[in-house]
Design a protein around this ligand. Structure first.
Ligand code: SF4
Length: 452
């Protein structure tokens, strides 16, 4: 019982030896860099078009909640990247305390042994340790280092930094000036959550929750809804008014630079980075394939380029706060701030399930002759009922829709409902492939109302 594969876009070859279309700014195709909070996310990111992924080990990485990779998983991710001609960067970007330094050299030597493509650091002390313990592994500078000018980049270069992720606070004009003044590889964030503080230099979470953002433990209290309480009136919450919507001084919208990709490619930015190691598989697949399509389309035909509407839809269909262009255009700063928290996240769609590998042995007895060609095995992530419309995301940007009718468990029993974390089997009239991400509308009113 074979599982067929969707046509897959040609594997990106990174940014070397790509023919130049205009003399300078288009001499290299930028790398699309995606988050990988687990080994599975690493595979999914590569599948949906990432040229490179960044992942953390269990220690020394910001995003301590991100389900970082074990030593074995890092080695596996490195092997996978090499096999696919892609890249793995490992974050060691916390700000080290004295007690962190002792065990670090052994860990850094391990990263070099497994041949990761770069180590991402923020702390100058960790950079020195990288040079000593992993001298053959390139080092990239994290956005946490807040690099805002070409002279700072020169200093980092003198200390062996190969690439700098610029501070998210820079405008397009500043990025452009820096590009003209340095030959160091530049990386910028193009999508994801924004800090209301200066790129994570924030004590809010440490103060309120005893969890420090600079140790990878931020609980994002900047996004909470605040009220005023008078000491002798416990339980009475008074709103604070900043404007007619209320007071949301800490909130920031999400970054989305989909429409600016051509501009950024023309500038000659080497790496375009997606934020979100803690985000789920639907976010990872949808966002990665959207940016993949836009980068490829503009690279192939800059003159005739038009933003594909399905890429915009993909970004709208992942859970997100209202989008903005961050701080790229200083005159638009007000747009960066979120003012409506009545609906803090837009969530039109959710993850229905993931396609898994299977063979005929999965269906004990193989009692349903119809379950053969084009049968798909799906690991369910949200409750599914007959009549629901499932959307299978293909790496080339297409979305195959399928109305769920009959579906079975692994014993061949016909089911009326599929529960999360179970595996079901059904037929679809198109090809699928392992790790394919399936989404569905969040409310699915036509399907659910009579079944709850
Ligand atoms: S509390 Fe908010 S602003 Fe501060 S580090 Fe966390 S996410 Fe960033």
């Amino acid at each position: 019982m074979a599982v067929r594969c969707c046509p897959h876009p040609s594997t990106p070859e990174g940014n070397e030896n790509v023919p130049s279309k205009t003399p300078q700014s288009r001499s290299r195709k930028p790398e699309l860099l995606a988050p990988a909070g687990s080994l599975e996310k690493c595979r999914v990111a590569f599948l949906y078009g990432a040229d490179a992924v960044y992942a953390g080990g269990k220690e020394y990485s910001l995003r301590a909640f991100a389900g970082n990779l074990s030593l074995e998983e890092l080695a596996e991710a490195s092997r996978l990247a090499r096999k696919l001609g892609k890249k793995l960067y490992v974050t060691v970007n916390s700000f080290a305390r004295q007690s962190d330094l002792g065990p670090l050299p052994k860990y850094l030597r391990y990263l070099e042994e497994i041949a990761v493509d770069a180590i991402i650091v923020s702390d100058p002390g960790i950079l020195l340790l990288c040079r000593a313990s992993a001298p053959n592994t390139p080092v990239h500078l994290s956005t946490q280092a807040n690099t805002t000018n070409a002279l700072s980049i020169e200093l980092w270069k003198q200390h062996g930094i190969r690439r700098v992720n610029l501070a998210r606070e820079l405008s397009l004009e500043e990025i452009s000036q820096i590009r003209r003044e340095t030959d160091v590889e530049l990386e910028i964030f193009i999508h994801g959550a924004m800090c209301v503080s200066y790129s994570g230099r924030c004590l809010l979470s440490a103060f309120l929750n005893d969890r420090s953002a600079n140790r990878g433990l931020c609980t994002q209290p900047c996004r909470w809804s605040y009220r005023l309480v008078e000491q002798k009136r416990p339980g009475q919450y008074f709103p604070i008014f900043e404007d007619e919507h209320g007071s949301y001084i800490f909130n920031s919208k999400d970054l989305c630079l989909l429409k600016e990709i051509p501009l950024l490619m023309d500038l000659g930015i080497e790496s375009l980075k997606i934020e979100g190691r803690m985000k789920g598989l639907l976010y990872l697949a949808g966002v990665t394939r959207a940016y993949r399509q836009v980068i490829d389309a503009y690279w192939e035909d800059p003159q005739g380029f038009q933003l594909p509407s399905r890429c915009i839809e993909d970004l709208e269909h992942v859970s997100h706060r209202p989008y903005s262009k961050g701080l790229l255009y200083p005159e638009d700063h007000a747009l960066h701030q979120e003012t409506d928290t009545s609906k803090p996240y837009d969530q039109s769609h959710t993850l229905a399930g993931i396609v898994r590998e299977h063979d005929s042995q999965d269906l004990l007895g193989n009692c349903h002759p119809g379950l053969s060609e084009y049968t798909v095995a799906v690991e369910v992530r949200n409750r599914l009922f007959p009549g629901m419309t499932l959307e299978f995301l293909c790496p080339d940007g297409r979305t195959e829709k399928h109305v769920l009718t009959a579906f079975y468990d692994s014993f061949g029993n016909l089911l009326q409902v599929a529960q999360p974390n179970t595996r079901i089997f059904f037929q679809v009239p198109f090809s699928t492939f392992p790790l394919q991400v399936i989404r569905m509308t969040r409310d699915a009113p036509e399907n659910l109302s009579s079944r709850r």
